[in-house]
Design a binder for this molecule. Structure first.
Ligand code: NAD
Ligand code: UDP
Length: 317
């Protein structure tokens, strides 16, 4: 598991360990944290390696080789990848190449964490897996979008040329406990602002939309794809098709937090996609998967988490 100390990676580690798997987690802690691995750190089936997976990997596990490689290492927040565009490109391109090499050598299955950003600012709405996307190759998000697209192309080419069992998950905006409070994504920003009694920062008009998936739903979908025997070469959207404007999100978050709605409008970052919503028919048909957690319920759990990690940010009203 690359990116094991991150938001999604650490939940996947916990899930795989509880399923009885042996897990080697690799992370350079650039955006993740050891605190995310507290629950698994001392598990007898878990090994943690602090390393940059953009560099060539050597197998460090205490068993022959992995049966499954999950390449999840990469900054995921626009603020984080904006801080290190070259590192982001390296981990998604070179990291994927090293993952493919290990998959080939070990005869392992490879799952590549791609993103709804592969669709860019989509002209087709909602987005099925067959849509090719609308990406600015030289914009500020290109380091992320294009390197994920390169990773997809590399994994797909390796499936064709050397016959690995590769699978690609296009993850739509996912949220929940263990997001870094300062990672700049909208849900941590709104939760912290609400808990501090500050106005919620709405970028642009707030009319842009996103579809928010709670982390437990996403993990279930990923594990189903990773473990299914008959799904080599699958490319699949995993996300919650419930679509909300950012203004609606601000309203709902304020209600859930029990604070009056107060917003401040900030500049819209360049190339911010105007809308995003997954078509999840393929996940439903192939994995029998659909999300279960409603936005309000997920936001409640996420607020509880941020309250617990930021005890000084108690409600001010
Ligand atoms: P995150 O930032 O919490 O986790 C990423 C982890 O990767 C961090 O622990 C970080 O330290 C590690 N990492 C980054 N570069 C590395 C490198 N070169 N070597 C080793 N480790 C490195 O982000 P996340 O939300 O957990 O995202 C995980 C994966 O899922 C990413 O690949 C991301 O692109 C993808 N994804 C996430 C979302 C989402 O909504 N959370 C949406 C689409 C795609
Ligand atoms: N956003 C916002 N306020 C914030 C952070 C983000 O209005 O404090 C907006 C952002 O412009 C985007 C949406 O919320 O339209 C989702 O942003 P996020 O960074 O969470 O994810 P992404 O843009 O990658 O989907």
């Amino acid at each position: 598991m690359t990116g094991a100390a991150g938001f999604l990676g650490s939940h996947l580690v916990d899930r795989l360990l509880s399923d009885g798997e042996r897990v080697v987690g690799i992370d350079n802690l650039v955006t993740g944290s050891r605190a995310n691995l507290e629950a698994s750190a001392n598990h007898p089936n878990f090994t943690f390696v602090e390393a940059d997976v953009s560099l060539p990997w050597t197998w460090a596990g205490d068993f022959d080789g992995p049966a499954l490689i999950m390449h999840f290492a990469s900054p995921a927040s626009p603020v984080d990848y904006g801080r290190d565009p070259l590192g982001t490109m390296a981990v998604n391109a070179l990291g994927a190449m090293h993952g493919v090499e290990l998959a080939r050598a070990a005869g392992a299955r490879l799952v590549f964490a791609s993103t709804s950003e592969a669709y860019g600012d989509p002209l087709e709405h909602p987005q099925p897996e067959t849509y090719w996307g609308n990406v600015n190759p030289i914009g500020v998000r290109a380091c992320y979008d294009e390197s994920k697209r390169y990773g997809e192309a590399y994994v797909t080419s390796a499936i064709r040329q050397v016959g690995i069992d590769g699978r690609i998950i296009r993850i739509f905006n996912t949220y929940g406990p263990r997001m870094q409070p300062d990672d700049g994504r909208v849900i941590p920003n709104f939760c912290l602002a609400a808990l501090r009694g500050e106005p919620l920062t709405v970028y642009g008009s707030g009319a842009q939309t996103r579809s928010f998936c709670y982390v437990s739903d996403l993990i279930e979908g990923i594990v189903r794809l990773a473990k299914a025997d008959s799904l080599a070469e699958t490319v699949i959207n995993i996300g919650n098709p419930g679509e909300f404007t950012i203004n609606e999100l601000a309203q709902i978050l304020s209600e859930v937090a029990g604070v009056p709605l107060r917003t401040v409008n900030c500049e819209l970052p360049p190339d911010d996609p105007t809308r995003r919503r997954p078509v999840i028919r393929r996940a439903h048909d192939l994995l029998g998967w659909e999300p279960k957690v409603q936005l309000r319920e997920g936001l409640m759990a996420t607020l509880d988490y941020f309250r617990s990690v930021q005890p000084q940010t108690s409600l001010t009203h």
